[in-house]
Design a binder for this molecule. Sequence first.
Ligand SMILES: C[S@@+](CC[C@H](N)C(=O)[O-])C[C@H]1O[C@@H](n2cnc3c(N)ncnc32)[C@H](O)[C@@H]1O
Length: 277
Amino acid sequence: MPSSVIDRQNAEFWNELCGTAAARALGITELSPENLRRFDEWYMTYYPYLEKYFRPAEIQGKRVLEIGLGYGTLGQVLALRGCRYHGLDIAANPVAMMRYRLSLLGLEGGPRVHVGSALDIPYKASTFDCVYSIGCLHHTGDLGRGISEVHRVLVKGGKAIVMLYNRHSFRHMIFLPALHLRNLLLGRYKSQDGDTGFAKWVRAWYDKNQKGEAAPHTDYVSRAQARELFRGYTRVRIESQNFNDVVYKGKVLVPREPLLNNLGRVMGADLYITATK
Ligand SMILES: C[S@@+](CC[C@H](N)C(=O)[O-])C[C@H]1O[C@@H](n2cnc3c(N)ncnc32)[C@H](O)[C@@H]1O
């Protein structure tokens, strides 16, 4: 599918802020400062390893672009850590959320948060010291182009911090195929939309909206593919992070926290790529 079509589909799909299901589970119905604080606290506790990629010393005083804003937690972390923050998202609502957050914090920078595509970043070459893109580029339909756009807008020596879904995760390689097979064999297949196509079912398992619809496009990459995609950068570090609770019949058998530092580091759901131009 042409990337312009995927851009249009993404602009519509992601207008429902990603994180909406979690916010509802927290009982959040309105976007008061207190509710945003509660959401952010949940988010940063649920993904404890994120702190490592957002160290104040690496952010302060830098020109930073964030691509893919979602509920705005990470954008707020960046803005509060003293960088010159810029935000970009294909959908209008994440942009509105980020501007709202900046205004609540009394920070300037709203006009530096824009609607636009990662595939055609609306900045000149060599504009940023850091580009953050967590969980976004794999939705664009053209990872190679997104990653070379990030490279283009970075200064020499600048850093990209990118999270992409791990093709060789426990979730992707073992858990979801086993669950799918079990559902098929037992004849009690249940997908969000009654479609038993595995790829679409997996896509919805990763990212779905409140209607149960899957994100328009998702890529999953191995470490080797990530290395190849980032070949234009001088230094590349790839780390596996994130793991799910082990659940049986709706009960949590093993909570995810103790798994984050072992299984999560080997077959985690996400790859964090830190690449220097
Ligand atoms: C899964 S959310 C991640 C949000 C946030 N970074 C986080 O980790 O919570 C993906 C975000 O990427 C945005 N996005 C998808 N395709 C995009 C594109 N081509 N250009 C810019 N943003 C895009 C979506 O609108 C959405 O806000």
